[in-house]
Design a protein around this ligand. Structure first.
Ligand code: IMP
Ligand code: MG
Length: 182
């Protein structure tokens, strides 16, 4: 059995179910089918942002039927807080992305600062194309102009965990998405 309690407590904060695992699976398969179609003449590179997007990436990649490559990139702005610091640190080993089709895999787009910074860093490596697949987005919190090519769900502007997303490094192993109880 996967781990899907009715309530999960971290540092005295209650998190309750928002999106069940089976809905995540349906959305993941829908996104994979779109990518399989859109990239059928390409060998894309999937760039997984650590650590939050690891679960979504693994689920998604199981349904990708293309020749593809996988790389990781690390982006950090939250630490132990629930708000983006706006100061995003990117760690990425120099990979040759020149003339390649790159798909960033993200867990959630919140303010959008992380995605903006990721796109800047990757664009410097002259890919042929750059797309974004994100499990979640909080459009009410976007601070920059955001385009998400493949999106699982829009969620309310609240803190969420599960499916790889954490609060203070906990909750990543929850099955399904949980939201901070208000
Ligand atoms: P942004 O830069 O504000 O868009 O935030 C992007 C990153 O912050 C995401 O990729 C997550 O790693 C983290 N993040 C944003 N919102 C949440 C949340 O609700 N739960 C857990 N992590 C979050
Ligand atoms: Mg992230």
């Amino acid at each position: 059995m996967s781990f899907a309690p009715e309530k999960y407590v971290i540092n005295n904060l209650n998190f309750i179910p928002l999106i069940p695992k089976h809905e995540i699976d349906v959305a993941t398969i829908r996104i994979a089918s779109q990518i399989n179609e859109d990239y059928k003449n390409s060998t894309p590179i999937f760039l997984i942002t650590l650590k939050g997007a690891v679960f979504f990436a693994i689920n998604l990649l199981r349904y990708i039927k293309l020749d593809c490559e996988i790389e990781t990139i690390s982006a950090r702005s939250y630490g132990q807080k629930m708000e983006s610091s706006g100061n995003v640190k990117i760690k990425f080993e120099s990979k040759n992305l020149q003339n390649r089709d790159v798909i960033i895999i993200e867990d959630v787009i919140d303010t959008g600062y992380t995605l903006e910074k990721l796109k800047q860093v990757i664009s410097l490596k002259s890919p042929r194309s750059l797309a974004v697949a994100s499990l979640l987005a909080k459009p009410e919190k976007f601070c920059t102009d955001i385009k998400i090519d493949y999106l699982g769900f829009n969620v309310p502007p609240k803190f969420v965990i599960g499916e790889g997303l954490d609060f203070d490094e906990k909750g990543r192993n929850l099955s399904g998405i949980y939201v901070l109880e208000s």
